[in-house]
Design a binder for this molecule. Sequence first.
Ligand code: AKG
Ligand code: FE2
Length: 310
Amino acid sequence: MGDQDSIGIRTNIPVIDMQKFPDSGEYEKLKEACEEWGCFRIVNHKIPLTLMSEMKTVVRSLLDLPMEIKNRNTDVIAGSGYMAPTAVNPLYEGLGLYDLGSPLAVRNFCAQLDASPHQNEIIGTYAKAVNDLAIDIGRKLTESVGLFLDLFKDWPCQFRINKYNFTPESVGSSGVQIHTDSGFLTILQDDENVGGLEVMDKYSGQFVPVDPWPGTLLVNLGDLATVWSNGRFCNVKHRVQCKEASIRVSIASFLLGPKGGAIEAPQEFVDSEHPRLYVPVTYEDYRKTRLSTKLQAGEALERIRTPCNS
Ligand SMILES: O=C(O)CCC(=O)C(=O)O
Ligand SMILES: [Fe+2]
């Protein structure tokens, strides 16, 4: 699925039209997108375009705050707070909020950054809308493989506001190295003008550029989607490259996993031909494994393999 160039290399990620559900053809496309790419664009989602652009304006101004204010955005869970540029990622910085579904967490985040009541209102509205959309997509994804579960209702969502300080000197270098997301799924509002995001085609190993497409959103599946689906869904490898000398801003919202509960493949995905690949794991434990091993591109899944594949 997706377009191919003249020598058969896939060049475009799939597009899912949210308004076409419950059309069975769209479910089929969604399933294929999850299995073949672990990544797709969504069009005709319910997040108003005005809210998306107002949110971009707000996050740009938060990222422009002085360092001493951004540093007040401290971790709530490991790695959830402000990340300043580092030697490994000198062009990247990000602010973070855990958890989007909690009005109190949103208020705390805004208070730390001295956000105005207007900014607070926009962040709160966006957080609720994206949280609801993540749950809706999660549900459609499970329906696409024939399961009707209310799996995601209480799962926390975290967001990261990413800024890439691209300059003429940095063209050609890396903004964020190759990685997979560790949670279940990610909704990304990428920069409407500045490209640089690339996803890996799992067959060819080649990177495919994800060009900006204003008004749409990108969905990436993470490691826990691979665990839940017993290896059917692809945890897409991706990276951000500096392609042009312009500041790039994106908002990534991660649907992580059940709070404190373990995630495991349902029995429907396990049979003699498809033995259980992974032991049940909580998001928190899996995240610890990723951080302690520094394995960022899905390799940490090997650490939770079922010992005897029963
Ligand atoms: O900035 C982007 O487009 C991607 C960011 C990303 O991959 C992430 O935050 O996990
Ligand atoms: Fe990512």
